[in-house]
Design a protein around this ligand. Structure first.
Ligand code: ATP
Ligand code: MG
Length: 180
């Protein structure tokens, strides 16, 4: 009888920017000003900006991605969240920077290149950095207020997403410092 090792369990993973608590508090204060957009408000501990969604990844691929991310030496940067908008098709109500910092694009490009080296299927759409505040919003009332949230980005993270009918549960698996 041939014994095969059990296939390693795949995990749903993504790289993200994870706001520090001071920035999270500012995002919460801004969101409270929006009234009631009648969608699904993202829980405060879950607020993030996805850098690269990886989908289901096995342990070997995860370790290779961790090695690739660990080899990066990229600068810290300031991210100004000064736009709030709504995508009617996806129903996402979001915060975003009016101008994407070059250092954010470089970080996103580097992670994407690392994932491509592993032959992972990567979303080919243009990267639009955004932080989802609400999902399933059909329409927004009148004009949205303008945020002015300054986020000194000093690290990025790898996150596991456990999806449940009532929303995803996120676990930060690893954190990498930028700069210095
Ligand atoms: P749920 O799907 O249960 O509503 P979620 O979307 O927060 O929860 P995931 O689907 O695991 O959880 O996604 C994790 C993050 O990756 C989210 O920020 C999501 O917007 C983003 N994401 C998911 N799928 C893709 C994709 N195909 N391309 C780009 N980003 C994605
Ligand atoms: Mg999803």
């Amino acid at each position: 009888m041939i014994e095969r090792p059990a296939a390693p369990a795949a995990e749903r993973l993504f790289f993200a920017l994870w706001p520090p608590s001071s920035v999270r508090a500012q995002i919460e204060a801004f969101t409270n000003q929006l009234g009631n957009p009648r969608g699904r408000r993202m829980a405060s501990p879950n607020l993030h900006i996805t850098l690269l969604f990886l989908g289901r990844i096995n342990a070997g691929q995860r370790d290779a991605l961790i090695a690739a991310a660990s080899a990066l030496h990229l600068p810290a940067f300031m991210l100004t969240l000064d736009r709030c908008g709504h995508w009617p098709r996806s129903g996402v109500l979001w915060l975003a920077p009016a101008v994407t910092p070059g250092a954010l694009s470089d970080l996103q490009d580097s992670l994407t290149a690392g994932a491509r080296m592993l032959d992972l299927k990567i979303d080919e759409r243009e990267y639009l950095p955004h932080l989802s505040l609400y999902r399933d919003v059909k329409r927004v009332p009148g004009t949205l207020p303008s945020p002015r949230i300054r986020w000194p980005v000093r690290d990025f993270v790898l996150v596991r997403s456990d999806t449940h009918p009532d929303g995803a549960y996120y676990t930060v698996l690893q954190r990498w410092r930028l700069g210095g």
